[in-house]
Ligand binder design. Structure first.
Ligand SMILES: [Zn+2]
Length: 426
């Protein structure tokens, strides 16, 4: 079936396109882009007053399958992604069992093929069981379909292991994604260390816990020449180290989550466990630094760190609740409202952060662009539509969001994957 998207404002940062254009899609590919296309056999999508963007890619998602299918499955996570405007997601390996061998990687890929409505690429573990002791067989995992390597949820504490991981990853030209946290500094902290942790009587996680690991990783990335991607950057200091390394030519990229761009540690006065996240929500000055880093291109990607948890697990005292925010279905609307419509970043920059750059980092050559011959993965946005976030409408199996009830302007309205409409809320 052919699709013809008509009269949309097509924005593709990879080719500097920003124009009213028609797009013809056939057999999963973009086959024509022109100011006027007629095709009697094609199904017409009227995109007047809408933004037509290359499909959004979330490179940091926790799907919980195998092991915790009560929180999320490959199928439910893919529906949440489609509803949230994402055409491609990458799933972190901290499942049960951990994705540290070919069997788990192949299971995820085959389940995704059978049940998912968006593209899913597994990220495999750096170390066996993500225990930080012994490297996985990265060459074999890459052959099986792993798109990157990470022990996310856990840092690589052992600097020698990190060095060797970077060296191997360079041989197979695959990025290493690090969750930067010095556990000796973060200990049993549950929120950002500072004025508010003392005020609320909660154990703090200092910004140094993140910054020390980032600084170490940057040194190792420079020495090895490997590609390093820093997950969920959250502090002003981290941004400064990142900027310095980029200026020196280190092959480093970084992502930030919507919640770290929007929520400050002061909001924890409610003790809402849906605000408990790792790294923790930081101070207002950290938020300002992160927002500036987006504008200046120091941060490359917005990723959700979608971390579904059941209500029972979150419905406990703050100290005992698991870390994590359910992000797939709120991220794009939050960024459109809080960053684009409020004038912090342009819509072009937003698309770069959600699509162009993650595709480049992950080496997805036919994604992240609207060009003839590219995959027909498209995200359509309405910058004017007002929505209210309702966790009860989530396609995700979990509801752990601190944004329930937020009124936002700007939202994804249609998701097209491989030339098929997988979500339509126009
Ligand atoms: Zn993490």
């Amino acid at each position: 079936m052919k699709l013809l998207i008509k009269n949309g404002r097509v924005i593709d940062p990879s080719s500097n396109i920003d124009d009213t254009l028609d797009i013809l899609i056939e057999k999963g590919k973009i086959v024509n882009i022109k100011s006027k296309i007629e095709d009697k056999q094609a199904k017409i999508i009227d995109a007047t007053r809408l933004i037509v963007a290359p499909g959004f890619i979330d490179m940091h998602v926790h799907l919980r399958e195998p092991g915790r299918e009560d929180k999320e499955t490959i199928e439910s996570g893919s529906k949440a992604a489609a509803r949230g405007g994402f055409t491609t997601i990458c799933c972190m390996p901290n499942t049960d069992p951990v994705n540290d061998n070919r069997g788990v990687t192949e299971y995820i890929i085959s389940e995704a093929r059978r049940k998912a409505i968006v593209n899913i690429y597994p990220i495999a573990a750096i170390s066996i069981g993500s225990k930080g002791k012994e490297l996985t067989d990265m060459v074999d995992l890459k052959e099986a379909g792993a798109i990157a390597f990470s022990d996310d949820g856990q840092p690589i504490l052992d600097s020698n292991l990190m060095r060797r991981a970077l060296e191997y990853s360079k041989l197979i030209d695959t990025p290493i994604i690090d969750h930067c946290e010095d556990k000796f500094l973060s200990q049993n902290g549950v929120m950002n260390e500072g004025f508010y942790s003392y005020l609320f009587g909660l154990a703090g996680i200092p910004s140094a816990a993140e910054e020390i690991m980032i600084a170490r990783d940057l040194i190792l990335a420079e020495k090895t020449g490997a590609r390093l991607h820093i997950a969920h950057i959250s502090t002003k200091g981290s941004v400064e180290y990142l900027k310095m390394a980029k200026e020196k030519g280190v092959r480093v990229t970084a992502e930030v989550t919507p919640h770290h761009l929007i929520l400050a540690d002061s909001c924890l006065e409610t003790y809402d466990t849906n605000l408990k996240v790792n790294p923790p929500l930081r101070s207002k000055s950290d938020i300002m630094a992160l927002r500036n880093a987006l504008k200046e291109g120091i941060i490359d990607v917005i990723a959700t760190d979608h971390a579904p948890h059941t209500e029972d697990e979150k419905n406990v005292e703050f100290d005992f609740a698991p870390f994590g925010i359910n992000g797939l279905e709120t991220a794009v609307s939050l960024i459109l409202d809080q960053c684009v419509n409020s004038g912090i970043i342009s819509i072009q920059k937003c698309i770069e952060l959600f699509s162009t750059n993650p595709a480049l980092i992950l080496g997805l050559k036919s994604k992240g662009k609207i060009q003839i011959g590219a995959d027909a993965d498209i995200t359509i946005l309405n910058l004017h539509k007002e929505i209210v976030i309702d966790k009860n409408k989530f396609q995700s199996k979990s509801r752990n969001t601190p944004f329930h009830g937020w009124k936002l302007k700007g939202t994804p309205v249609m998701t097209i994957v491989d030339g098929k409409i997988v979500w339509d809320e126009r």
